[in-house]
Design a protein around this ligand. Structure first.
Ligand SMILES: [Zn+2]
Length: 127
């Protein structure tokens, strides 16, 4: 499988509102992003793993000067989330500034926008 088909497959799964990544057959390390080789051990054999979308906030940043197309989301909160199954992903957070803190439990939501599916995270069990 080449790089483009790996990325297309990731995007297809996202459009189906599924977070599917890889698990290394040698060391068991997981990654939500498509990889050619395991970042931990270098192995090139993977199995697919479906992520629950639940995870923990590792760090975040708040952007007050937002790119065009995101003005209605200002300020824009971007977080790095460690997923329950392992692997980290960065995405926009639908979490208000006063509820933000490292270590918060989050869950993925899939939002449709202009015919595309965007991955975001909200507080686990939150609205
Ligand atoms: Zn590995």
């Amino acid at each position: 499988m080449n790089g483009i088909s790996l990325i297309l497959e990731f995007k297809e799964n996202l459009n189906k509102k599924e977070l599917v990544g890889t698990k290394c057959r040698a060391c068991g390390s997981t990654s939500v992003y498509p990889n050619f080789h395991c970042r931990k051990c270098g192995n090139t054999s993977f199995e697919k793993v479906k992520f629950s979308g639940k995870g923990t906030l590792i760090t975040y940043t708040i952007l007050h000067a937002v790119p065009s197309g995101f003005k209605e989301n200002s300020p824009l909160v971007i977080g790095l989330v460690e997923l329950e199954e392992g692997g980290r992903i960065s995405a926009q957070l639908d979490v208000s500034e006063d509820e933000l803190s490292v270590g918060k439990k989050l869950e993925a939501i899939f939002q449709e926008r202009d015919g595309r599916i965007l991955l975001r995270f909200k507080l686990l069990g939150g609205i």
